[in-house]
Structure formats: C-alpha cells, structure tokens
Design a protein around this ligand. Structure first.
Ligand SMILES: Cc1cc2nc3c(=O)[nH]c(=O)nc-3n(C[C@H](O)[C@H](O)[C@H](O)COP(=O)(O)O)c2cc1C
Length: 300
C-alpha cells in the first residue's frame, strides 16, 4: 500500500509552498500519496505589509498568542509521515504556525506520527525552532527530521532585502543592485535531494540516520555568529514584548522598538560578535557544542 504523507503549512508569499512542492516531488514520484494542506487564518495578514503592521505582530509572536484559523480538513485519519512547514517571525514560530499547532484537530493528527520540519526563513530560525520542537513534542509526535532553508547572503544584505520584499510584496532585486531576497531558487530546487533521502526512509519506515544524511546534503547549516546574535536577541525581544503589551500607547512603543531594532542590528550585533570572539569563541568549545546541540537536536 502506498505511504500516506501530509504536508501542513502556512505561507504568505508562496515561498514555503514552493519549497514544499520541490521537497515532496520525489515522494510523489516514488508512489507516496502526498496531501498538501495550506492553513490560513480567519483574518489573514495583508501582504505586502506596512511598516506598522509588520512590527505590530512582534508581541504576539514572542508571547505565543494564537489567532483563529480558517476552516480546513484532512482526507485521512492517520498518516505515515507529516511534514510541517513553518517560518520564523520575530525569532518565534509565525503566528499562523503557532495557531495551527495549538488546534485540536492538528494535535490529534500529529499524535504518534513521524514529523519532518521544513522552514524557509531569512537566517534566524533557531529560537523559533526550539519552540517548534516543544509544540511537536506536546502533540505527541515523533520529530524525525529537520530542513532549514535560509537567505545565504550576508546578514545586513538580507536584512535590507527582506524589508523590500515584505513591504513591496515582490521577491525581486531591490534597486536592481541588491540580490533577490529570501531562499534562492537553486536552494529551493535542491530540496528535491532531501525529498529523495526522505523517500527511502519512508519506504523502509526507519528514520535512523536520516538527519545525518540530510545534514550531509546541506539541509541544516548552522552559522555560529548568527547563533550568538539570536541567543542574545531572543531574550531582549521577549523583554520588549512583555513591556509593550503592558503599555496603553502600544503603537508608540512599537515605533520605539523599530528604531531599537535598527540600532541593535547595525551597532549592537557587531559588538556582541566581537566580544564573543574575544572572550568565548575559541576558549569554550564544550559550551559551544552544548549550545549547538540545544538548538539542533530533535529529541527535547
Ligand atoms: C513579521 C515577520 C517577521 C519575520 N521575522 C523573521 C525572523 O525573526 N527570522 C527570520 O529568519 N526570518 C524572519 N522573517 C522571514 C520569514 O521567516 C519568511 O522567510 C518570509 O516571511 C517568507 O515566508 P512565506 O513563505 O510565509 O512567504 C519574518 C517575516 C515576517 C513577515
């Protein structure tokens, strides 16, 4: 009997659906039945964003506030594999992803089922991933694989180009000078290699060693400097979120946060990286290994 695979995801620009399509193509070619379910919110966020609407979601992202979903349904009662597509918003699982992971029907279908996570982020997905892992384990699913696609351009470049994309709605070259934003077409196409690897594990129903194979094929590349920036920024964002939700003039404080973010990104982050390089990077290999393990392992 053919294997039943379910892919659940939300996407705003269509990038994540393209990734899911390329990744699942080899599964379909090998005879699996792949059901793709794009989840939407009852009131979807307008895309492209305005600057204000973009920053307005930061507190709810950080504080895990769910939103109501549009109706959806699954054809089957159980699947051999579930693929969960998510994106990071403000170093958190996006609000739509966080919302569907708390929905009773999705928790029920995830229970006792192998899960592979797939993300299409700018380049800071580690904090979100830690929380995604908790949601998966809370649903009783078995997390067997992870694929993380990012914009591989330098951090300041992708910071500029993602705003161009998010605020204008087009994944094109800003001013005709900057590279296109987001995950590159070549990296999206390359996910078919991961799909082939997953396919053979799905057919044998044995997930042992799969993540290692995926890693060797480039499914997850951890950038040390970005990991350090994210570790620090995650705590600061949480502080800001808690601070802003208690204020009456939330919109004004969100504007302050926006300027804070610009300064933190272009001034704070280089300082953090420099201090880390001087005091930690080359002297605490054990601590660094533990940190990488914390972010990447699939078992906690
Ligand atoms: C409100 C918002 C916040 C975002 N924050 C992050 C982030 O913290 N880290 C990151 O790597 N990408 C971030 N992104 C980029 C998304 O992870 C994702 O790559 C992009 O929105 C395209 O996804 P889509 O398939 O939903 O269109 C953010 C996007 C949005 C809309």
């Amino acid at each position: 009997m053919s294997k039943k695979v379910l892919a659940i995801y939300y996407t705003q620009s269509g990038q994540l659906s393209e990734i899911i399509d390329c990744f699942t193509a080899p599964l379909i070619a090998s005879g699996a039945s792949v059901e793709k379910v794009e989840i939407n919110l009852k009131h979807n966020y307008a895309f492209p964003w305005t600057t204000d609407s973009f920053f307005s979601v930061m507190p709810d992202c950080q504080l895990d506030v769910p939103a109501e979903l549009a109706p959806f349904e699954f054809k089957e009662k159980a699947y051999d594999l579930i693929i969960l597509g998510y994106q990071a918003w403000f170093l958190s699982p996006s609000i739509p992803f966080n919302s569907f992971m708390r929905h009773a029907a999705i928790k029920a279908i995830l229970n006792n089922t192998p899960v592979i996570t797939v993300t299409g982020a700018r380049n800071m997905w580690l904090n979100a991933f830690v929380r995604v892992k908790k949601l998966i384990h809370a649903a009783g699913a078995k997390h067997v694989g992870n694929i993380a696609l990012v914009d591989t351009h330098p951090n300041p470049v992708s910071f500029v180009t993602i705003f161009h994309w998010m605020l204008h709605g087009k994944k094109d070259k800003y001013l005709n000078i900057f590279p296109p934003p987001g995950v590159s077409d070549a990296d999206i196409r390359h996910t078919s290699v991961f799909g082939e690897q997953v396919s053979s594990h799905l057919n044998s129903n044995n997930w042992v060693g799969m993540q290692e194979e995926l890693d060797n094929a480039g499914a997850v590349k951890l950038n040390y400097n970005l990991m350090i920036i994210e570790s620090v920024a995650g705590k600061i964002f949480k502080f800001w979120a808690n601070f802003i939700v208690k204020r009456k003039n939330r919109a004004a404080w969100l504007k302050v946060f926006k300027y804070y973010l610009l300064i933190a990104f272009f001034v704070g982050a280089p300082i953090v990286i420099t201090l880390d390089a001087i005091f930690f990077r080359f002297f605490t290999p054990k601590r660094i290994r533990a940190k990488k393990q914390y972010f990447l392992n699939l078992t906690n």
